[in-house]
Each structure stands twice: as C-alpha cells, then as structure tokens.
Design a protein around this ligand. Sequence first.
Ligand code: NAD
Ligand code: MG
Length: 386
Amino acid sequence: MSQTSVALLGATGSIGSQTLEVLRREPERFRLTAIAGGGGNIERLIAIAREFQVLQIGVPSNELREVLLSALPGSHVVVGDEGLKELASSADTIVNAVVGFAGLPVTLAALEAGKRLALANKESLIAAAPLVERVRHTPGAELLPIDSEHCAIHQALAGASSATGYRDVRRLILTASGGPFRGWTSEALDGVTKDKALAHPTWTMGPKITIDSSTLMNKGLEVLEASALFGIGVDRVDVVIHPQSIVHSMVEYVDGSVIAQLSKPDMRLPIAYCLGMPERLDHAWGALDFREPLTLEFSPPDLTNFPALPLAYEAARIGGVAPAWMSAANEVAVAAFLADRISWRQIVEVVSLTLSRYEPVGLTSLSELLEADARARQVATANLPQ
Ligand code: NAD
Ligand code: MG
C-alpha cells in the first residue's frame, strides 16, 4: 500500500489529538510529515514531533522557533501564516485542526495546492466561502468535512448529484445536542457560569467550540458551513435538537425520504472517514450496539433563548463579509467570556450588536476579508461591556 503523507495543523488541540489517535492505528497507511500548533502548548508539540519523527513544524513566533530548534535540532521550523501556508501545501492530505480565523491560511493554501483538505476549522470556510469556492476546483483539490454533522451529510448525499445543485434534495437537517443549557428558562440562563458552559453533555472539545455549543452559535456557524460546503442556500438548511448526539445529521429528499448517519459521538470516526476516503478504515469508532435500549428524540430549537441561531441566518441573508463579521465578533466575545470579562448572555449580545453595525463590503479578495475581520474585531471589542 502506498503511504499517504499527512500535515496536521492544530496538532496539539482536541481534533489534533484525536487525529493522532487515528494515525497511530494506521502506521502503514499514513505518515505524519508536518505539524503546527499555537503558542499555548509547545511541550506537547515537541512530544508529537518526537513520537512521529516529524521534521517540519510550524509555530506562531520566532521566539518559539528558537525553543523548538534547540529541542529538535535538524528540524525545519516555519513561522506564522507564511509557515502555515508552506506546511499546508507540503503533504498529500492536510488536516486543518486550527481553531478560529487563524486557520484561514491553511484552508486556502491546501486547496490552491490541489491537496485533500480534511477540514475541522469551520471558521475559515464560513468567513471566506466565496474565496474558497474559487480555489476548491483546483485540479486534485478535495474538501472533506471533519465536522461530524457535515461528515454525516457528506455520507447521506452519496449518490445525489451536485451537478444539478442537488435538485433531488429538499433540505439538509443538522442535528444539535442543544448543549448544556437545553430546556433552561430565561431566568436560569442569567445564572450560567463558565464551568457549566464548559461542560458539554455529549462531546469533549476545545474551549471555543464548547462555548459556541452552549450558545448554539456553533450550530449557527454550521448552518453557514453546510451551505458553503454543499452549495445549498441556508433556506434549505434546518436545525433540529437531538439530545443523544447519535444521529449526526440528515438529508431529506424531495420524495420525503430522509437519509441519516448514526454512530456514538466520537470524532475519530469523521476524521478517519476524511483520511481514508474512498476506503473506510476498519476500526468501528462510534459503532452502536443495538442490543442496548436506544431512544432518539427530536424537537425544534428554542430560538428565543438561543438567538445565535437566527443571527447566523441573518448573516447569510446579508451576505458579503457578514458571516466573517459575525464569526470574528463571536471569537472576540467568547475570548472575553473565557477571560471572565463578560457574562454568558453577553456573548451573543456582543455578536448581535456588532452585526447590527456591519459595514457592507463584497468579498472578492483576501485583503478585503482580512480588513473586514480586523474591523469586526475592533467593533466587537468596542461593544464589550466595560
Ligand atoms: P482546540 O482549542 O482544542 O485546538 C486548537 C488548535 O489550534 C491547537 O492545536 C492550537 O495550538 C492551534 N492553534 C491556535 N491558533 C493557532 C495559530 N495561530 N497557528 C497554529 N495553530 C494554532 O480546538 P478544537 O476543539 O480541536 O477545534 C479545532 C477546530 O475544529 C475548530 O475550528 C472547531 O470548531 C473544529 N471542530 C472541533 C470539534 C471537536 O470535537 N473538538 C468538532 C467539530 C469541529
Ligand atoms: Mg459539529
């Protein structure tokens, strides 16, 4: 079997660690050739480089480059966005497991270089959808979603024709666990603490997406992600609350058939799907045991107490860089919440206020996007309660 080289960018995080678990189980099939991480966990980055004998490493600053070079003499250490771009075109498959808008250089460079992009970093696709659309048709380029809902839809769409704009598809139905505050009253939500918001009922994930799941902003972002990935307008993307996180999403066809993908919540399954395509890796991560009782519930989302979801549809309706604007504001607000500067309620209030001050721009170039992202962060920061 010929080996596939893999670059794992965002290697030290939750998706990064689970990708490493998949790679450990398939040493013949995959070879990890490049890794990158943010500043927070440099010891872990060094440990990964040693374990997998990785020689190409990306870090955010020159200081960290020096640290790495003294720990790993002989390695090729690259820095910042330019470094991420270089690594994102260096292997057969690129896993983008960076969190936030910082993952943008990886998404664009991997597709431009005609690579398979296994995408966990939804923020880059949401912000840059029109720019991604331009590069995803580069010969050899492939965009496969690691996000479990989108991976489920990818599987449920098998056999449907994208050439007709998925004419046979009535709608995509994204499932949402509802997060830790599903069913909470407005009064109870006023008393949400950081610990409670960080305790997701069904998934263990990095802090940013865990907070996004508690506000349902994650699901809002995923509506935009689904629309960008599959070229289906958000008016054909619905959300349903499904507390068990067993049905990962569904496709409803025009004849009324609904095709769903089911498994236990385990991100190694979608990661392995994206790495192995067109083959399925034989590890049965997330396999269900139907001898055990299994109850699956579905209900509509509470849009009054969780206004992040309607906000995302609003951003899609506005178009241009509004999705980027909303996502940037959310990054600022979530960071402020995690730093104990604002309350849980105020996260979505800040995003809403920032979106209401949106300065319309089309999205035709990367510089326009970078400017809009920086501007949205300024406006959101100014909107943080003092
Ligand atoms: P995390 O916080 O656990 O990890 C983030 C990773 O990004 C870390 O390795 C960090 O060092 C790296 N990073 C941050 N800034 C960087 C920079 N400037 N340059 C290089 N690396 C940088 O986050 P996570 O939960 O693993 O999520 C990663 C992405 O995957 C997010 O976009 C998230 O929405 C998406 N996602 C995560 C899950 C999950 O189960 N964790 C599920 C679906 C989608
Ligand atoms: Mg998801």
